[in-house]
Design a protein around this ligand. Structure first.
Ligand SMILES: NC(=O)C1=CN([C@@H]2O[C@H](COP(=O)(O)OP(=O)(O)OC[C@H]3O[C@@H](n4cnc5c(N)ncnc54)[C@H](O)[C@@H]3O)[C@@H](O)[C@H]2O)C=CC1
Ligand SMILES: O=C(CO)COP(=O)(O)O
Length: 480
C-alpha cells in the first residue's frame, strides 16, 4: 500500500490524492465528464477514461472480481452473445432488456496478482474457486425462489419476483416463499397478515404483494428446496440466518444478495463472502439506486446485477427485470457490492450537511468526496480498478438517490437537529426499518484504523466520529 502512504502528503480533498493518482492526471476528470456527457453511452466514456488514465500500476484495467470464465476477457458485445448462448437451459433474457448498454457487460481482462492486497487475493481466489465448481453444474428448471427478508426492500422486491415468476413460468416455480422475521402487528402475526391480505402492512404499507408470495416464519422451512435464495435482510442479521441455514439448503442452491453492508467479524468481508463462506454456494449481488417505496410504486429506475456466472446473470435478469425496474448485469461483483455498502456512509454525511442547512453545493461536494473514498477503498482493499462500474446504477446513481431521499440521510439530518442518539432516532423515525450507514461507518472505521488508514478517508472517518465519538457535526467538514 505504498501509493496510499504517498498520497497522505497531499491535500485530501484533491481527487488525485483521494484516488492515489499522479499529479499529472489531476485535470483529467473534468475533461472526462465533458466528453462523457456528450457521448451517447458508457462505451464512449470507457474509451475516454482509458485514454485519460492509461494502465499504470495503480489503474490497471483488471477487475476486482476476476473470474476464471473465458467470457470475462471479451468486450461487452461479445459477452452479451456468450450470455445468451450459455443460457441453453433457460430462455434468453427478457425482451424488456436494457437497450442502452449490453445485457451483460464487462471489461474484465484478468488481473495481476502481484498488484493485489492480501485481502483482495484471498477474496478473489475464493470466488474463482467457487465459480469453477458451480458453473459446471447447469440447473434443471424451473428454479424455485426463496426471498430471505421481508422489510421495506424485501417486500418491494417480493412484488417484482412474484410477478416475474409468473411472467416466466417455464423458468421459475410459481410458488415463492418469503422468510418473515415474525412479529405481532396490531395483535396479529405479520406472516398471517401477509398471507391473507397480501400486504406487508408494517414495512411496505399500501402495496399489494402477488398472492404466490407466501410468508414463512421459519427460515429453514422457507429455504427448503429453493434453488435461488434472495438475501435481503439488514446486514447485521445475515450471519445468524446463514448459520441457521448451514447444511439445510438444496445441493444446487445459489444466492443473490441485495444487502448493502459489509462484515468485519473476521477481518473485512463482503456480505456475499459471508453467505458464500457459510453456505458454500455461488453468490451474485443486486445493488442500485432503488429506494424501495419508489420501486414498489413502479416509478422508473435502474439496478445493477453483479454476477460472474454469465448464465446465472441471464436468469437473474429474468427474475428481476421489469419495464420500470431495468436490470443491467455486469461481471464485476465486488465493485458492485462495495458501492452498495459504502454509499450508505456517504448518505449519513449528506444528512449531516442537510441538518446543518449547508445547501446543495455542500451536498454535491460530499457526494464527490464520498465517491472518491468509495473508489479508493475498493482499489486498496479489493484491487477494483475498473471505473466503469461507478457509472452503473449501483455507483453514482445510488449515491445520488441515497443522499437525496434515503433513510440514512433522513436520520442523520434529524441527529443534527435533535442530538438524540442515532439508535433512538432509528426507532422513532423508521418504524422497525434499519439504518445501515452508521453501522457500516463503524465497521469501515475499524478496518481503516487497524491499517492506519483513517487519514486517507477523512469523510468515512468523520462520519464515524460524529456517530460514535460525539464529534460535533459542525466540525465534520473541517477534516475534508
Ligand atoms: N429500503 C430500501 O429502500 C433499500 C434497502 N436496501 C438494502 O436491503 C437490505 C434490507 O433492507 P430492508 O428490506 O429495507 O429492511 P428494513 O430496513 O425494512 O429492516 C427491517 C427488517 O428487518 C427484520 N428484522 C428485524 N430484526 C431482525 C432479526 N433479529 N433477524 C432477522 N430479521 C430481523 C424485520 O423483520 C424487517 O423485515 C439492507 O441492507 C438495505 O440497505 C437496498 C436497496 C433499497
Ligand atoms: O439503498 C437505498 C437506495 O438505493 C436506500 O438507502 P437508505 O438505506 O439510506 O434508505
Amino acid at each position: 500500500m505504498t501509493h496510499c502512504d504517498q498520497s497522505a502528503a497531499t491535500p485530501r480533498t484533491n481527487l488525485s490524492a483521494l484516488l492515489g493518482l499522479d499529479a499529472a492526471t489531476t485535470s483529467a476528470p473534468s475533461s472526462f465528464f465533458a466528453t462523457a456527457s456528450a457521448s451517447s453511452g458508457v462505451d464512449a466514456a470507457s474509451r475516454r477514461l482509458n485514454a485519460l488514465f492509461p494502465m499504470t500500476s495503480l489503474l490497471s484495467s483488471a477487475p476486482c472480481a476476476s473470474s476464471s470464465s473465458s467470457s470475462s476477457s471479451k468486450p461487452p458485445q461479445q459477452v452479451l452473445r456468450s450470455a445468451s448462448a450459455n443460457t441453453s437451459s433457460a430462455p434468453a433474457a427478457s425482451s424488456t432488456s436494457h437497450s442502452n448498454s449490453s445485457n451483460i457487460s464487462s471489461s474484465s481482462n484478468g488481473s495481476s496478482k502481484s498488484q493485489r492486497s492480501p485481502t483482495a487475493q484471498k477474496s478473489n481466489s475464493r470466488r474463482r474457486g467457487s465459480l469453477k465448481h458451480t458453473q459446471s453444474l447447469p440447473h434443471k428448471m424451473p428454479y424455485k425462489i426463496c426471498i430471505i427478508g421481508s422489510g421495506n426492500w424485501g417486500s418491494a422486491i417480493a412484488k417484482i419476483i412474484g410477478n416475474n415468476v409468473q411472467a416466466h413460468s417455464g423458468v421459475f416455480d410459481q410458488h415463492v416463499t418469503m422468510y418473515v422475521y415474525e412479529e405481532v402487528v396490531n395483535g396479529r402475526k405479520l406472516t398471517e397478515i401477509i398471507n391473507t391480505e397480501h400486504e406487508n402492512v408494517k414495512y411496505l404499507p399500501g402495496i399489494k404483494l402477488p398472492s404466490n408470495v407466501v410468508a414463512v416464519p421459519d427460515v429453514v422451512e422457507a429455504a427448503k428446496d429453493a434453488n435461488i435464495l434472495v438475501f435481503v435482510v439488514p446486514h447485521q442479521f445475515v450471519i445468524n440466518i446463514c448459520k441457521s441455514l448451514h447444511g439445510k439448503i438444496a445441493h444446487d442452491a445459489k444466492a443473490i444478495s441485495l444487502i448493502k453492508g459489509i462484515d468485519t467479524t473476521n477481518g473485512i468481508q463482503l456480505i456475499s463472502d459471508v453467505i458464500r463462506d457459510e453456505l458454500n454456494i455461488e453468490v451474485g449481488v443486486l445493488m442500485g439506486a432503488n429506494i424501495a417505496g419508489e420501486v414498489a410504486a413502479e416509478n422508473f429506475c435502474e439496478t445493477t446485477v453483479g454476477c460472474a456466472n454469465v448464465r446465472m446473470g441471464g436468469i437473474y435478469k429474468q427474475l428481476f427485470n421489469t419495464s420500470y425496474f431495468r436490470v443491467n448485469v455486469v461481471t464485476d461483483t465486488i465493485a458492485v457490492e462495495l458501492c452498495g455498502a459504502l454509499k450508505n456512509i456517504v448518505g449519513v454525511a449528506a444528512g449531516l450537511a442537510d441538518g446543518l442547512k449547508l445547501g446543495d453545493n455542500s451536498k454535491a461536494a460530499i457526494i464527490r468526496i464520498g465517491l472518491c473514498e468509495m473508489m479508493k477503498f475498493a482499489r486498496l482493499f479489493y484491487n477494483c480498478n475498473d471505473f466503469m462500474v461507478y457509472f452503473e446504477s449501483c455507483g453514482v446513481a445510488d449515491l445520488i438517490t441515497t443522499c437525496a431521499g434515503g433513510r440514512n440521510r433522513k436520520v442523520a439530518e434529524a441527529y443534527v437537529q435533535t442530538r438524540k442518539p442515532f439508535q433512538q432516532l432509528e426507532a422513532e423515525l423508521l418504524n422497525g426499518q434499519k439504518l445501515q450507514g452508521t453501522l457500516t461507518a463503524k465497521e469501515v472505521y475499524h478496518v481503516l484504523s487497524e491499517k492506519k488508514l483513517t487519514q486517507e478517508f477523512p469523510l468515512f472517518t468523520a462520519v464515524y466520529q460524529v456517530c460514535f465519538e460525539n464529534l460535533d457535526p459542525q466540525l465534520f467538514l473541517t477534516s475534508l
